[in-house]
Ligand binder design. Structure first.
Ligand code: PMP
Length: 366
């Protein structure tokens, strides 16, 4: 008997489009596609972690809800946040999914920007919710149009990513603070890239019990491989979300590395400063081309829109450099800020690209 497995799956699963990163059908020598940090964990910290792994047992489950890690995170954040206001997840993906699990019933509405991080839609639709968006390009992120949208669809959760992935822009603080005073659903601020922006909504978490901030160790902390993210909220909210946390969701090695790097947060700060300086250099070069639109960035990547981006992406790929591309209208690319030498290469390829286009233009204008 051949069973139709698709028929057995929930309709939400049958409809789902699995998350896809940039197509990976080529060997790359430089990966600037995933907004990761170009800096690995310092060797002395790696060695220390390795020694601790040797000394400790791996045959027992870790502590149930990672209390010591949550407490180290709350100390590091320093916004008068206590351990019980933090929930940790297997990447911030998992804490985003916990928020959906806690609040979204089938048929509920969720609102987010377009374009933005694709997992908000993925988790919403998997739960049977309806995903709606507002267009950043049409300046729809203003108080009046957000309130109109809220009155229209009554979203149970609004996801705001600031700085936004993929565009890199910070969303207006003024609009968010006005919104939070007048919205009775859950407002999530995804701060995956906040360390590069010097701005955070964490200070407002204790004032508004429907405000949640999510963060990650995957970007500024350079630890994408260990999968560690967290959310911070008011105690009322965290108490509810904590009910959906799966036991032992954080493995002991992730927890160990997370705690160790928090102790060395000055190293991270120095690295963030370097990336921010490099971002400016890259931006200042990439804007020297009239045929596309480079977005000012508060994150560790730069977003460029325009039909010419396709050609530039091909040139970078041919040189073994992987970036992220979007087949939006117009098409767009997102380039992660790398180490100084990586960015120099991108700039030198960009100069060749510009030259090529100049000579093409000269030819066709005769
Ligand atoms: N939020 C945003 C805005 C992201 O860009 C990403 C990763 N690309 C995530 C959350 C998830 O990150 P992680 O699961 O690695 O913490």
């Amino acid at each position: 008997m051949k069973i139709d497995i698709k028929e057995l799956a929930r309709p939400e699963v049958a409809k789902i489009k699995p998350y896809k990163g940039e197509k990976d059908n080529q060997e790359y020598r430089m990966n600037l596609s995933g907004n990761e940090s170009p800096y690995d964990l310092p060797l002395d910290i790696k060695k220390e972690v390795a020694e601790q792994i040797i000394e400790n047992n791996l045959n027992y489950y870790p502590k149930l809800y990672s209390e010591s890690l949550r407490c180290k995170i709350s100390e590091y954040l320093d916004y008068n946040i206590d351990c019980n206001q933090v929930i940790v997840g297997n990447g911030s993906d998992e804490v985003l999914s916990m928020l959906i699990d806690t609040f979204i019933n089938p048929g509920d509405n969720v609102l987010a920007a377009a374009p933005t991080f694709s997992m908000y839609q993925f988790f919403t639709e998997l739960a049977g919710g309806n995903y709606h968006n507002f267009l950043l390009a049409n300046n729809e992120f203003n108080y009046q149009s957000m309130i109109d949208k809220i009155n229209d669809i009554d979203p149970k959760i609004i996801f705001l990513c600031s700085p936004n992935n993929p565009t890199g822009e910070l969303l207006s603080k003024e609009v968010i603070l006005k919104l939070i005073d007048n919205y009775s659903g859950i407002l999530v601020i995804d701060e995956a890239y906040a360390e590069f922006s010097g701005f955070s909504f964490l200070e407002y978490v204790n004032k508004h019990n429907n405000l949640v901030v999510t963060r990650t160790f995957s970007k500024a902390f350079g630890l994408a491989s260990i999968r560690l993210g967290y959310l911070i909220g008011n105690k009322d909210l965290v108490q509810e979300v904590a009910k959906v946390v799966k036991p032992y969701n954080i493995n002991s090695i992730t927890s160990l590395i997370g705690k160790t790097i928090l102790r060395e947060s000055n190293v991270i700060e120095q690295r963030v400063n370097k990336i921010v300086k490099e971002r400016k250099k890259l931006y200042d070069e990439l804007i020297k081309y009239d045929s596309w639109n480079v977005f000012p960035s508060s994150a560790n990547f730069i977003y460029i829109e325009g039909s010419k981006t396709t050609e530039f992406k091909e040139m970078l790929n041919n040189e073994g450099i992987k970036i992220r591309s979007f087949d939006s209208k117009p098409p767009a690319i997102r380039i992660t800020v790398g180490k100084e030498e990586d960015n120099k290469e991108v700039i030198s390829i960009f100069k060749k690209f510009k030259e090529g286009n100049k000579s093409e233009w000269k030819k066709s204008s005769f």
